[in-house]
Write a protein that binds this ligand. Structure first.
Ligand code: NAD
Length: 695
């Protein structure tokens, strides 16, 4: 298919982009637009030109498939194309349906006039990738809608409907439908009425009154940006649209764009964008694998997780059969779901009708017979193998052939669970994170025998319920919990060495974690980790050597829920207060181990905790538990509060340099009594030696 179709209607040439799926402005399309434009400009029978993506979509912006390749910057680049529009001696009209985003909107801004369908979305989302619009967007949009509105749009990156711009120079005509026909009529009129070639670049913005606004914007954006460079660069570029001649503004914008491209923050944001696109793909599961229909779901257990899991399906209109072991537990679970929805209604996020519709999709039950015709069951019962066994044996007996049987287990062996059924190919893990109706992460755990179409169906379902899905192989704790165990162990060892929970939490929060490990532990409950460590010791046939955290649990300090853990909490307050009891317990622990406390720097805290994550992740990759390094990043970003602007632990390790990571790990591993897991993973060593990065 040619990237641009050139047709004519009377005196009007219509240039239609044909680069599915989103008319990304890749090299071929950019070159195609220029050559079709040149033909139309040279043709004496043509008096006006319409630029369009047809009735479904104008352009989603840059072609992400060309990101990081030479094609992305090969000439003609987008500014070249837009300059040609600016220079056109015949009127050019953009006909916009669907989306005009990023470079797509900048292209439209380069046209003389714009006709848009009222529901089309217009936006410059570059800031979300740590960038600013680099093809004139920051100079032309203020000239079209005013400095204040443009600044808000560019700094937030939030798109808006075309209807909102009726009456501005951004959209000359808003139509209900048939935008291409409307634009052709507009173009014909522009030609016959000899309408002026209105270039946004020729508009002079008044500087009076904008100084104060720009100063206010600088202060408020700086405060909100938390050190990210892109939002402030957006403000400065918009300011240039007022204070600088147009061409100088363009030049500065382009320079700022390339400078931002080279910041770690933008690299991280683009990495995450690409990671999310890659995560849904499995090398051995073709994208056209037929899916199993999921029209009715069963959930077992209406506790913390089961309730949240249920809400995910209700929210997208999928009915749920919810099973509990007692009427009382069932009613408690239903009441929690109802309360959550009522809270959303109170905050104006749902109407009373929507709440009623969602609740009506639940069929509560105490009997497995109700699962006869469900397409998928997810169990979220107690984390004990014997309970899981009884559940899966019953499911195997009642569920129809082909039904997918899933466990929400945090740690247990999915292969063993599959072995409780006569259909291991239909069994997998669907590991949600708490609160399951809020957290974006879903680990899809692939058993040894899980069928490919079950994996494909789970990935599609993850998308439908708006999760970031990452596939994990079977191991204790899967990707996320296996890594967090090392992170926790590194943090605990720092306490023994001489740091306080407060120091460690603060250091990691300054690094950007939403919450340090000890505040997080108190929130999640320390008893879970305690039980896991005891189980692991028992499984390994070694005596359980209590950690400081275990000693806290022995005192009944499970965290916020018992009013004390690593910190103490005032009744009905969440502030983590330092507790002399903990200090004393830690001192006793050190004394018993013969440790003389030393000073620990904040930098060491970050290195040990984050490199422990990186090293375990390298083993996870080596063992094939994770498919790709960027999957690990998504797990950590979406499930464990890793700072988004650092792109996840693997992206961060790349930024630090793997050589430096390995060197630090070697140092930790060589200390007397060091855990053997401080030894750098073979994969990490190999990449470091070869001067490579996690790909
Ligand atoms: P929970 O104790 O809050 O809820 C478990 C529910 O299951 C209870 O309501 C209980 O009555 C019910 N139940 C127990 N046995 C049953 C049976 N045989 N049949 C029917 N119902 C039964 O526990 P939870 O925190 O929701 O955890 C559930 C599962 O999810 C566990 O496997 C856990 O490891 C996993 N998980 C928990 C979290 C978390 O943060 N809580 C996160 C991810 C995964």
């Amino acid at each position: 298919m040619h990237p641009v179709a050139l047709t004519t209607q009377g005196q009007v040439a219509v240039l239609t982009f044909q680069n599915p799926p989103v008319n990304g402005l890749g090299h071929a399309l950019r070159a195609g637009i220029l050559s079709a434009l040149d033909r139309a400009l040279a043709d004496p029978a043509i008096a006006a030109i319409v630029l369009t993506g047809g009735e479904s979509l104008f352009s989603g912006g840059a072609d992400v498939r060309e990101f990081g390749t030479p094609k992305s910057s090969m000439s003609p680049n987008l500014p070249d194309v837009i300059r040609a529009l600016d220079d056109a001696h015949k009127p050019v009209i953009a006909a916009i349906a669907g989306h005009a985003l990023g470079g797509g909107l900048e292209l439209a801004l380069g046209c003389h006039y714009r006709v848009a369908r009222k529901d089309a979305t217009l936006g410059l989302p570059e800031v979300k990738l740590g960038l600013l619009p680099g093809a004139g967007g920051t100079q032309r949009l203020p000239r079209a809608i005013g400095v204040e509105a443009a600044l808000n749009m560019i700094v937030s990156g939030a798109p808006q409907k075309a209807a909102a711009f009726a009456g501005t120079t951004l959209v000359d005509e808003v139509v209900e439908a048939d935008v291409v026909a409307a634009a052709i009529a507009f173009a014909a009129r522009a030609a016959t009425e000899r309408m002026p070639l209105r270039r946004l670049r020729d508009i002079k913005l008044p500087s009076a009154g904008t100084d104060a606004f720009l100063q206010f914007a600088r202060t408020s954006v700086k405060a909100a940006a938390k050190g990210l460079p892109a939002p402030l660069a957006c403000v400065e570029a918009v300011a240039d649209s007022v204070t600088q001649p147009f061409d100088e503004g363009l030049r500065r914008e382009r320079a700022a764009f390339f400078a931002l491209m080279n910041t770690p923050e933008s690299r991280a944001a683009r990495h995450v964008f690409a990671a999310e696109r890659a995560a849904g793909k499995l090398p051995d599961v073709p994208s056209d694998t037929p899916l199993r229909p999921i029209q009715r779901v069963g959930v077992i257990g209406a506790g913390t997780m089961g309730g949240g899991i249920t809400m995910n399906f209700l929210n997208v209109g999928i009915p749920v059969v919810l099973l509990e072991s007692s009427q009382e537990a069932l009613e408690r679970g239903l009441a929690t779901i109802r309360r959550n929805y009522d809270n959303s209604a109170r905050r104006g996020k749902l109407t009373a009708d929507q709440v009623a519709q969602r609740l009506a999709l639940i069929s509560p039950t105490l009997s497995y017979d109700a699962f006869k015709d469900v397409d998928l069951v997810i169990e979220a019962v107690f984390e004990q193998m014997d309970v899981k066994e009884s559940v899966f044996r019953q499911l195997d007996a009642v569920c129809k052939p082909g039904a997918i049987l899933a466990s929400n287990t945090s740690y247990l062996d999915i292969n063993r669970i599959a072995g409780f059924t006569s259909r291991p190919q239909d069994v997998l893990g669907l590991h949600f994170f708490s609160p399951a109706n809020v957290m974006r992460l879903l680990e899809i755990v692939r058993g040894e025998q899980t069928a490919k179409d079950v994996m494909a169906t789970a990935l599609a379902l993850g998308k439908k319920i708006r999760k970031v899905s990452v596939v994990s192989g079977v191991c204790d704790g899967f990707i996320g919990n296996r890594m967090v165990a090392r992170y926790g162990a590194a943090a605990n060892a720092l306490i023994v060495a001489g740091a306080s929970p407060q120091q460690i939490d603060k250091a990691l929060e300054r690094f950007g974690f939403a919450m340090g490990p000890f505040r997080m532990g108190d929130l999640a409950g320390l008893d879970i980790g305690w039980a896991t460590r005891k189980r692991r010791a028992a499984e390994a046939g070694v005596p359980h050597e209590p950690t400081v955290a275990d000693k806290l649990c022995e005192l009944g300090r499970f965290g916020q829920k018992t009013g004390a853990g690593w910190y103490r909490y005032e009744p009905s307050a969440r502030d983590a207060l330092p507790d002399p009891v903990v200090e004393q317990l830690v001192n006793e622990y050190r004394a018993a181990k013969g440790v003389t406390p030393r000073k620990v720097s904040d930098e060491e805290v970050v290195q040990r905790c984050v490199f422990a994550l990186v090293n375990e992740a390298a083993r996870i990759l080596e063992e094939g538990i994770a498919v790709r390094a960027s999957d690990v990043d998504l797990v950590y970003l979406n499930g464990y509060g890793f700072p988004a602007h650092r792109g996840g632990p693997m992206c961060y390790a790349n930024e630090v340099g793997l050589f430096n990571v390995v060197r630090a790990l070697r140092g930790f591993a060589s200390e007397p009594g060091a855990f053997d897991w401080w030894q750098p993973a073979p994969l990490l060593r190999k990449l470091a030696e070869e001067g490579q990065r996690f790909a």
